[in-house]
Write a protein that binds this ligand. Structure first.
Ligand code: 5GP
Length: 190
């Protein structure tokens, strides 16, 4: 997937935002309330016990992931902390051709790659109300140690800066009140 292309019939959305801003919860609700479908990413990060291979992610070894990079199977990919994440191109392209609305829930590095290939992609940036709340949300997930929390916060600030300077992120949704944020996202997608 090296050539710049156009999205045929369906519409392509990218939802990005720092970890801990509530993207996953928002995406789950959007899937319930709209016809949009979420692309399933591949990752080399270990599966956590409440995740299912092929549903939440395709969990791959680093070798498997790199083979797919070499075979040009990703629409975009990025290294997020020490793991790789990527969007398998084929299912997305097929669904778009079929007229479906597709959502990629990916990080900002990946979003920028998608925008340069498909300039008509609509980006939605989900933001936390403020830095303190973001810090609390990241810590409360209980998934990360102090050092990782610090890294996530630094990356979050970098991502927000990057995203704000990209014209494809047409919408910014502050996830303060969850119901309001869901409502706003559904309106944008519909
Ligand atoms: P998590 O490990 O918490 O599920 O995801 C970590 C980060 O990777 C999140 O910001 C998520 O949006 C991002 N991510 C998930 N899938 C992809 C993907 O296919 N490509 C890119 N670039 N980022 C992804």
């Amino acid at each position: 997937m090296t050539a710049q292309g156009t999205v045929k019939n369906g519409r392509l959305f990218v939802i990005s935002g720092p970890s801990g801003c509530g993207k996953s919860t928002l995406c789950r609700e959007i899937l319930r309330r709209t016809e949009a479908r979420l692309s399933i990413s591949a990752t080399t990060r270990p599966r956590s016990k409440n995740e299912t291979d092929g549903v939440d992610y395709y969990f791959l070894s680093e070798k498997e992931f790199k083979d797919k990079i070499d075979a040009d199977e990703f629409l975009e990919y990025a290294q997020v902390f020490e793991n790789y994440y990527g969007t398998p191109a084929q299912p997305v392209m097929e669904k778009l051709k079929d007229g479906q609305t597709i959502i990629l829930e990916i990080d900002v590095q990946g979003a920028i790659q998608v925008f340069s290939r498909f300039p008509e992609t609509i980006g939605i940036l989900v933001l936390p109300p403020n830095r303190e709340i973001l810090q609390q949300r990241i810590s409360r997930r209980g998934r990360d140690d102090e050092d990782t929390i610090r890294k996530r916060l630094t990356k979050a600030e970098w991502e927000i800066e990057q995203a704000k300077s990209s014209k494809n992120f047409k919408y910014m949704v502050v996830n303060d009140d969850l119901d309001e944020a869901i409502e706003k996202m559904v309106q944008i997608i519909e």
